[in-house]
Write a protein of this length. Structure first.
Length: 577
């Protein structure tokens, strides 16, 4: 394949786009790989689409190799299946809901458990049909609280999602293990560093879930790891509260969080352990968070943040019920001298939609307080309370979660905290969806048994961003060969017709050998601009045909290492292959 810069639909930009927060977003936009079309929505341009398809190809090859079969669902889905599992409501504000002309409810699929369950129910009825693993590579829609970092967190993005169906637990274990192995191969081939972390507390029992986190400071997940190999998403670590803390009727405050986090169960368990009489049940659209108050004298007390009463009511709705004068919005915590500063650590910061978390303090449960609400920035103070209690609020409200140096739950040494971005997620769903949607098959004895399921996701568009982010340098993008939009960036410099002829025939030779060549054949562009573009665009090998041609040599440069060599024209193709 020969891509000519003279006609390629590409404009590289000199300046960083104003909205680009992270290097990958900046470089993908400047390099003409993507264009923003909507908040959290991106158009793939020719070079970007080639990268995307390369990532997609790797994912598809590994899914096919493990025996999963590809299908493709619509993104526009009816309400009923999601109503049956409760997710129509539980998904909360993250779900794009819409109506057709007859007034029927639809949604844009955020993930497809329901549809896959119904598909298998539709066609299969016997244990002999199982196991089966199905997957799709498909556009997903989530009205994320804060779309950010370009392709990292879109509202429309591409996911490979697969679902396994088994008759029994052993079968599910095997399907899960097969997916885990395939994910290891996928991320190895993509050249992405990853840590496999537990995504669910072992103490919660039941289902097993692991995430493939790519360690990066721009990630929104916080995980812990020990030298002994323990690794868990902080969301999953259940030992969040020192058990020695006495509870003497401290207040409740409120936190609203986005749905779809496994944390709820953990936090509810902790809350119940601390306050056995409280009867915390949690709600899937809300989260109870336990923090401690650390007083200046060193004593600590727990503070439960959760919604009393109707736990289905989310904080935004509560807020809407209040007269505006009662609600004091804040964005800058430091601007409230009468508020006591608080801090909630990664237990909250690691949660989904963390940047959109809103906090309310209820005057009914914290006497003397006012309603306050605000959205936090990751890593910043996220919790304030109005003073006026009969005990000192001068202490720092600390996160009651794992701190660096704490022992790992499995005893494998001190924990360190790190940030990461979730690239993949494997999950033993068990029978939840099959039960809700009545997916049963006949077993060997002719008895109906409920199928057990797993669900497995890879962020395909997010992977493009992560690869760009982890490989770039100060000059621009640096694609690994498997993912690069072209194998070679061939630059012809100067005005000499002989140069362009030699470059053209080298391009043809490389294409004939099976390579994709991005050929900078632009006649009136200076060498400086061409080299800058080649560095920005990031093909793994840059070949320059220019002045050296008179002496019979061209230059071959490795984009990643910067290593250059002069090669005889006759040996050029061999040097590149
Ligand atoms: P996150 O914790 O980053 O919000 P998630 O846990 O909500 O992700 P899953 O529902 O597990 O995501 O979806 C599977 C995969 O889809 C994730 O591992 C991630 O790679 C990708 N993904 C999820 N949300 C987005 C998004 N908004 N933009 C791009 N990719 C996403
Ligand atoms: Mg999410
Ligand atoms: Mg997650
Ligand atoms: Mg996940």
């Amino acid at each position: 394949m020969l891509l000519r810069m003279s006609s390629l639909f590409l404009r590289t930009l000199r300046d960083d786009p104003a909205d680009a927060e992270v290097p990958s977003h900046r470089l993908l936009a400047r390099g003409g790989y993507i264009r923003r079309a909507a908040p959290g929505g991106f158009t793939w341009l020719p070079l970007g689409w080639r990268v995307f398809r390369n990532v997609e190809r790797v994912v598809r090859e590994e899914m096919d190799a493990m025996g999963a079969q590809e299908v493709h669902f619509p993104a526009l889905l009816p309400r009923e299946p999601y109503e049956a599992t409760g997710r129509w409501t539980e998904y909360g504000p993250n779900l794009f809901r819409l109506k057709d002309r007859r007034g029927n409810d639809f949604l844009l699929g955020p993930t497809h458990e329901e549809m896959f369950t119904l598909l298998v129910k539709d066609l299969y009825g016997s244990y002999k049909d199982l196991p089966v693993s199905l997957y799709q590579i498909q556009t997903k829609y989530r009205d994320e609280a804060r779309p950010r970092a370009g392709l990292f967190r879109g509202r429309e993005f591409t996911m490979k999602d697969s679902y396994s169906f088994d008759v029994d637990d052993a079968g599910l274990d095997a399907s899960y293990a097969a997916h885990r192995a395939a994910y290891i191969r996928i991320f190895d081939r993509l050249g992405l560093e990853y840590v496999i972390v537990s995504a669910m507390s072992g103490a919660m029992g039941g289902s097993k879930s692991e995430e493939f986190l790519h360690p990066t400071s721009i990630g929104e997940d916080t995980f812990v790891r020990s030298p002994g190999g323990y690794a868990a998403n902080v969301e999953a670590v259940s030992t969040v509260v020192p058990e020695s803390i006495p509870f003497d009727g401290l207040p409740e405050a409120h936190v609203e969080d986005t749905p779809d986090t496994p944390t709820i169960a953990t936090l509810v368990a902790v809350a119940n352990e601390l306050f056995p009489d409280a009867g915390y049940t949690g709600a899937s659209t809300l989260k109870n968070v336990v923090v401690t108050l650390a007083h200046p004298d060193g004593t600590r007390e727990p503070l439960v943040i959760g919604l009393p009463g109707d736990r289905e009511v989310d904080a935004k709705r509560l807020e809407a019920q209040l007269a505006p004068a009662e609600v004091e919005p804040f964005t800058d915590f430091a601007a409230h001298p009468d508020l006591v500063k608080g801090y909630i650590g990664p237990q909250v910061l690691g949660a989904e939609g963390k940047s959109g978390i809103r906090y309310l303090v209820d005057p009914r449960v914290v006497p003397g307080s006012r309603w306050i609400t605000g959205a936090n920035e990751p890593g910043k103070h996220v919790f304030d309370l109005v003073a006026g209690r009969d005990f000192s609020w001068d202490g720092v409200i600390e996160a009651a979660e794992v701190l660096p140096g704490d022992p790992a739950p499995d005893g494998s040494g001190p924990l360190e905290l790190a940030r990461g971005v979730e690239m993949g997620h494997i999950f033993q769903l068990g029978r939840k969806y099959a039960e809700a949607l009545d997916l049963k098959v006949l077993d060997e004895n002719g008895k109906l048994v409920t199928v057990t399921m797993g669900s497995y996701g890879v962020g395909v568009s997010r992977a493009v961003a992560a690869i760009a982010e982890s490989t770039h340098d100060e000059l621009g993008l640096v694609w690994p060969r498997e993912i690069a939009p072209a194998d070679v960036h061939l630059v012809a410099t100067g005005k000499d017709a002989a140069v362009f002829e030699a470059a053209q025939s080298l391009a043809e030779e490389l294409v004939a050998a099976g390579l994709t060549v991005l050929y900078d054949d632009r006649p009136k562009v200076s060498p400086g601009v061409k080299f800058k573009d080649a560095e920005l665009l990031g093909m793994p090998t840059i070949v320059t045909v220019g002045r050296g041609l008179a002496e019979g040599v061209i230059e071959v440069r490795d984009r990643a290492t910067g290593e250059r060599s002069e090669v005889a024209v006759a040996d050029a193709a061999a040097a590149v292959l």
